[in-house]
Unconditional design. Structure first.
Length: 463
């Protein structure tokens, strides 16, 4: 029973669309038909009354020109014609006594008593007389100059026939409307809700763990296809983040397991062995160093996550790029000198609008990497230039370079080249650099230098 209810609820929107479409179509068609019948009835009635008025004018003119006796004679002469033409005539004197009466042939089956009584109709007015048959009488009353009353009219056969014909035709049309309206409504609801069903199906697959499932896109594109593209982009983003999170957790687990195990072993050794206070102090300092490294790892991961989700808060200001590069060079001069590496700054007079601290952190990480992998006697160059509406910050080294197949992965979190695993580091420097650059609406690319080594180019929008 519950499954039936769930299925009914899942099709409730389809039913509402079909019912709404059908009801709207049915009501509009019924309204149009009723209006058509009303206008047709009015038109035929006006046409028939115009014919009656032509006879009234004729009899009026005849009585005025030739007298009342001539009018009665003419009524007698036209008696047969009027009967066959369904014309009703009732002429009475001023006291209501019948002088002449012509009853349409169609009404012969009715009792004569229905027509023996004078009709009390005001002069110059129309009155519809209801008869116990299919036809009625539409009568116009006119008072002659001598006080006689001429009631003349026609049966409503033509109106009734046309109206009934239209009603019969509408009954057939209505049946077609019901069938085709429901079929058309069901088809339209099915077509309209197809993208919704596909979206629901995709979401169910994703909920069950199939992160590769996507909503189909149809041609030509409609509003639902635009929604499907946004959903697909969101699913792609989620899949990317989940894969990155899984990889990050694997790498974090690998990078945390070793220092934690090392700290545990040292602490256990210090507890078990009867060591001197100096040795215990050294153990605590080693543990503090490992904790600092872990804290730095977690802080960098949080910074990267903030940047990737657009939550990194930037204190944007305008400053000369040359000052930034010289400050970074001053920070790393001593390290470069100790390693026998020449650190050069080449900068144009360019103003940059950015978070100076974050930008210094990013360029500083690139400089630190360059110095780390550049051999003794090498050169690291920090350069700033402009191109169109872009400011380009370049960090170039003369180290061993980065293989082309590895260049796309070096910005992944906790990813390091195999040969650099022995080099001390967290594997988050380049990930943080990319995150900071993206937060500034920029991009970073890495290429191979012609003379060997790597070139990191940071492209940022200019003022």
């Amino acid at each position: 029973m519950s499954s039936v209810i769930r299925k009914a609820k899942s099709h409730l929107l389809s039913f509402r669309l079909v019912a709404g479409y059908f009801l709207l179509f049915f009501l509009s068609t019924t309204t149009l038909f009723g209006l058509s019948v009303f206008l047709l009835d009015r038109y035929v009635t006006d046409m028939e009354r115009q014919r009656v008025m032509e006879k009234v004018n004729f009899y009026q003119s005849l009585q005025s020109d030739n007298g009342f006796a001539k009018l009665v004679t003419e009524l007698r002469r036209q008696h047969k014609t009027n009967r066959l033409g369904n014309v009703y005539i009732h002429l009475t004197d001023r006291d209501g006594k019948t002088i002449w009466q012509t009853i349409p042939e169609q009404l012969d089956e009715l009792p004569s008593s229905l027509f023996s009584l004078p009709l009390t109709i005001k002069s110059g007015q129309w009155k519809n007389v209801d008869l116990p048959i299919f036809n009625d009488l539409d009568i116009y009353a006119y008072t002659l100059p001598g006080g006689q009353i001429l009631n003349i009219g026609r049966t409503t056969e033509r109106q009734e026939f046309l109206v009934e014909s239209m009603r019969d035709m509408f009954a057939i049309v209505l049946l077609g409307i019901v069938l085709f309206g429901m079929a058309g409504g069901a088809f339209m609801a099915h077509q309209v809700l197809r993208p919704v069903r596909q979206l629901t199906k995709t979401v169910k697959k994703v909920s069950s763990g199939d992160m590769t499932s996507r909503v189909p896109i149809h041609k030509p594109k409609g509003e639902f296809d635009e929604l499907a593209e946004l959903v697909n982009a969101m699913l792609q983003r989620i899949e990317t983040l989940m894969v990155a999170m899984r990889d990050a957790l694997d790498n974090v687990g690998h990078d945390l397991r070793t220092p934690l195990a090392r700290m545990k072993a040292r602490i256990e050794q210090a507890v078990i062995e009867d060591t001197s206070p100096q040795r215990q102090r050294e153990t605590l300092l080693d543990c503090a160093e490992e904790i600092e490294r872990i804290d730095k790892l977690i802080s960098m991961l949080m910074d990267i996550a903030e940047a990737e989700t657009g939550q990194m808060r930037l204190n944007v200001e305008s400053f000369p790029v040359a000052d930034l590069l010289h400050d970074i060079a001053g920070l790393y001069d001593l390290i470069a000198e100790e390693r026998g590496i020449e650190l050069i700054v080449e900068s144009e007079e360019v103003m940059l609008s950015a978070d100076r601290q974050r930008m210094a952190q990013a360029i500083g990480n690139l400089t630190d990497n360059a110095l780390k992998y550049t051999p003794e006697g090498g050169v690291v160059t920090l350069k700033a230039s402009t191109s169109s509406d872009t400011i380009v910050l370049t960090v170039q080294d003369t180290g061993p370079g980065i293989p082309e197949k590895e260049r796309k992965r070096i910005f992944d979190k906790l990813y390091r080249l195999d040969k650099s695993r022995s080099t001390k580091g967290l594997g988050l420097g380049l990930s943080l650099v990319r995150a900071v650059i993206i937060a500034h609406d920029g991009k970073i690319v890495v290429t191979e230098a012609p003379e060997g080594g790597s070139i990191f180019k940071v492209k940022l929008p200019s003022l």
